[in-house]
Design a protein around this ligand. Sequence first.
Ligand code: ASP
Ligand code: MG
Length: 417
Amino acid sequence: MKFGGTSVADTDRIRNVALHVKREVDAGHEVAVVVSAMAGATNQLVDWCEAALKERRIFDAREYDAVVATGEQVTAGLLAITLQDLDINARSWQGWQLPILTSNAHASARILEINGAELIQRFKERHEVAVISGFQGVHKETGRITTLGRGGSDTSAVAIAAAIRADRCDIYTDVDGVYTTDPRVVPRARRLDKIAFEEMLELASLGAKVMQVRSVELGMVHNVRIFVRSSFDPPGSIDPHGTPPGTLICDEEEIVEQQVVTGIAFSRDEAQISVREVQDKPGVAAAIFGPLAEASINVDMIVQNVSPDGKTTDLTFTVPAADYQRSRDVLEKARGAIGYARLDGATDVAKISVIGIGMRSHAGVAAQAFRALADRAINIRAITTSEIKFSLLIDTAFTELAVRTLHALYGLDKPTP
Ligand code: ASP
Ligand code: MG
């Protein structure tokens, strides 16, 4: 059972969480619990790190981790206290105590190894509930505290579920599942009963904010069934042996009725850069994307035309909006090595992505979208496709219209009651 920041935002909510745990324990389940920091706590800790710095521009990531990992330590202890208050045998575990061994990429460490044996033994022998701090681990060699990157508790939970060979990893959050798209944009969005790992991976990477991308990746690799559900459902009203409302992220084999399109994701945090009139010859793409990669800028959609005369062509790509100016600066600096006429760019662009495993075996899925958007006079600036998704870059102003149009087009709207 994993509980996110809003679910543990204060001691009342922590008690609510404890009641969810008690229900499962009383039903005879052996559970491990992973908690996030209280809502806002990690942001506060990050702010303090930044405020502590006056002379230097960047801080020592090892110390940053020492600070930000504390948020989860507090909630793990508080939940253990609350569980004990309900007469449940419980204890807290910090990442270094289990231990959760990680790489030394401080602030974005990767989990390398977790030994679940101790936890399993304690369930069996003492019915002891383990309450584990999410987000943190310890570097294998230096012994220093590491963190897994923002939103990392999801990844902690899935990794621990794999380590103790759990039947399921329940992610309790402030929404009751994964929706066909953001219900704030499309009120007719439906909650999905099931979604395949690969689809969820695409949804999460393309803008849906339900889970950390890496946690889904990990679930896919270790085949950990992940169940996204709400912590705000009253703990007592749920049948611990039944199927509560929520979305199961699982292997595609487990999904009997597969739709062609499962969901639509969108992101407004995109920027477009066009490099005009570059030489159409070997090495040019490397000259452009090499320096961007060195600056750790994540390039997403890339479109290059075939030049009409075999001499020059344009190359367009997208980067996160936050990296727009930095990307331009990098390209200005590399201008001599690349050789181009000018740079054009736009930040008022959005990426709409249509996702579904069924696309593998259905032709013409994207063509339908092009028609529907054309009928609404929405211009498409760039297109990319993969086996199970396609993404369209459009003007931000049309985001909602495009998402609604595509949602209806692929039959995702909830039937009218
Ligand atoms: N507390 C961390 C964060 O806010 C980790 C998490 O909540 O998943 O990013
Ligand atoms: Mg989270």
